[in-house]
Write a protein of this length. Structure first.
Length: 136
């Protein structure tokens, strides 16, 4: 009986292992401060349209011409798609103005996407951190 129980318990543990990353999920308001934002003009260098959140990377030039790579986090791809935001709206090499919320931990080159403004005047709004709460 004990051996049978241990076998069943082991199978159950193995079946639940894939769910562990879900338990580690975090709130965007725990990482970003939606009361403080920043804006940068940047060139998109990489787009990762993956779960649980998309990431966009962009090079930003300072006044001296030095380039720094920034990372921007967005919402889940499914939520963005349902809101009308598609990966095909952005391309590596696009020069854009990005509005983002700052990271609470002081990371200088990290932000939560709020809006992207294209050179042609097209704008994409990602919402506020509070709007994403409970939807991640």
């Amino acid at each position: 009986m004990t051996r049978r129980f241990l076998h069943g318990f082991g199978v159950m543990v193995l079946a639940l292992l894939p769910a562990i990353p879900v338990l580690a999920h975090h709130s965007v308001t725990a990482e970003f401060d939606s009361s403080k934002s920043f804006t940068v003009k940047a060139t998109i260098t990489k787009i990762e349209w993956v779960n649980p959140h998309i990431y966009m990377y962009a090079d930003v030039k300072d006044d001296n011409g030095n380039v720094t790579n920034y990372s921007f986090e967005g919402g889940p791809p499914g939520n963005l798609r349902r809101s009308g935001i598609l990966k095909t709206m952005f391309n590596v090499g696009d020069v854009v103005t990005i509005e983002a919320y700052i990271a609470k931990d002081g990371s200088r080159h990290l932000g939560l996407l709020h809006a992207i403004h294209s050179a042609d005047g097209h704008q994409v709004f990602f919402g506020r951190a509070e709007d994403s709460e409970g939807k991640n």
